[in-house]
Design a protein around this ligand. Structure first.
Ligand SMILES: Cc1cc2nc3c(=O)[nH]c(=O)nc-3n(C[C@H](O)[C@H](O)[C@H](O)COP(=O)(O)O)c2cc1C
Length: 366
């Protein structure tokens, strides 16, 4: 299979990518007190030097007291924090790369730290961290308005800090996704509802507010997932029609690119077709999409947390799908975490130099 398809350029608004490979957002927890360090900047620079088309940062917290549940995850508000990010984006640009921050609010996903708590109450649509598990109180109208404001401010800060795009984290059971999911959104006001289109209102208002703050030409990516960290089996949309009802208001609000998170990119989303999640999202919205999940590796990422190693895997199936334009871009997580040179090795056919993924890579910023 011709690997060249990975190296076709891609454009969206002012974002001109030299190839189809995106670095997937990966939380690294190497930013003490929420401020990225020089080492973090160099970590991203190495991926830019490795030829990655677009780097999406680790999730970074918007300006709400409990937007993050880990003190070593970087924030995206405050003078020192934003100055740190400016150094990151300067390093990436200096190496010829392009970058988007992933703007994040964890919602009611509890901290794993024993001796630390977020400086404020957890935000969530209905006080639930998962169906039937209470972690707090539902957000008030004022809380919701302030959360929307926080995303809009972060979008503007990204543009002013010279980033090339932004990604909103609407996936994996965090705040925006907690609104999408009927299991955690039991609200009876305008932010709840019996169908996905209604429960998409919070996300759509965020997108609209961000669009207003960044202007019409700045690319907005939205990451979504059917699965939740709270329950891998959840499917928000059970049919293509439901998928369309979910995503149409988000496109209309101003999303430019949908980043469709799967754990294994080759899995079909609905019966009767081999299209994956990104394939269907592209088909029902007409928007460009990013696919992701175990690209270039034999095992998936949740198992990697549990200690499972992965060996390098063939890219033939990915290339086949890219070539038929099922989706437009492909995000690569662990293969790039393990090896900043991964894409150059793929390009040059240096298959014997591709590395296995080992959990020890989580412990360093190499
Ligand atoms: C260490 C690590 C941290 C992650 N952090 C985030 C994150 O902050 N935001 C996010 O949307 N996904 C996060 N993910 C998921 C990845 O973006 C990606 O979807 C997943 O790793 C699958 O890609 P892969 O199989 O190529 O690793 C993380 C994954 C890993 C391995």
């Amino acid at each position: 299979m011709a690997i060249d398809v990975l190296f076709r350029p891609f454009s969206c608004k002012g974002l001109n990518l030299p190839n189809r490979v995106v670095m997937a957002p990966m939380t690294r927890s190497f930013s003490p007190n929420g401020i990225v360090t020089a080492d973090v900047a160099l970590y991203y620079r190495r991926r830019a030097e490795g030829g990655v088309g677009l780097i999406i940062s680790e999730g970074t917290g918007v300006d709400r007291p409990a937007s993050l549940n880990d003190p070593n995850v970087p924030r995206f508000h405050g003078a020192q924090e934003l100055a740190g990010w400016r150094r990151v984006v300067d390093e990436v640009h200096d190496a010829g790369g392009l970058m988007a921050p992933q703007l994040w609010h964890v919602g009611a996903v509890r901290t794993r730290e024993k001796d630390w708590q977020p400086p404020g109450a957890y935000d969530s649509p209905s006080g639930l961290s998962r169906p039937d598990k209470n972690l707090g109180v539902p957000m008030s109208d004022e809380d919701i308005a302030d959360a929307i404001r926080a995303f809009a401010d972060a979008g503007l800060a990204a543009k002013r800090s010279n980033f090339d795009a932004i990604e909103l984290h609407g996936a994996h059971g965090y705040l925006i996704d907690q609104f999408f999911w009927e299991g955690t959104n039991c609200r009876e006001d305008a932010y709840g509802g019996i169908n996905l289109a209604e429960r998409a209102r919070f996300a759509a208002e965020i997108v609209r507010a961000v669009r207003k703050s960044v202007g019409p030409e700045f690319p907005i990516l939205l990451r979504i997932s059917q699965w939740k960290q709270q329950d891998f089996a959840v499917k928000l949309a059970g049919t293509p029609r439901e998928l369309e009802a979910w995503l149409t208001p988000l496109r209309e609000a101003g999303v430019d690119i949908l980043h469709c998170s799967q754990r294994r990119f080759w899995e079909a989303e609905f019966e009767g077709s081999d299209l994956n999640f990104a394939g269907w999202a592209k088909k029902v919205t007409g928007l460009p999409t990013i696919s992701v999940g175990s690209v270039g590796l034999t095992g998936e990422f949740i198992a990697a947390y549990g200690g499972e190693s992965s060996r390098p895997a063939s890219l033939d199936e990915l290339v086949r799908r890219l070539d038929r334009e099922e989706f437009d871009l492909v995000a690569v997580g662990r293969a790039l975490l393990q090896d900043p040179q991964w894409l150059l090795k793929v390009r040059d056919g240096r298959a014997d130099e591709l590395m296995a993924f080992d959990r020890s890579a989580f412990a360093t910023l190499s």
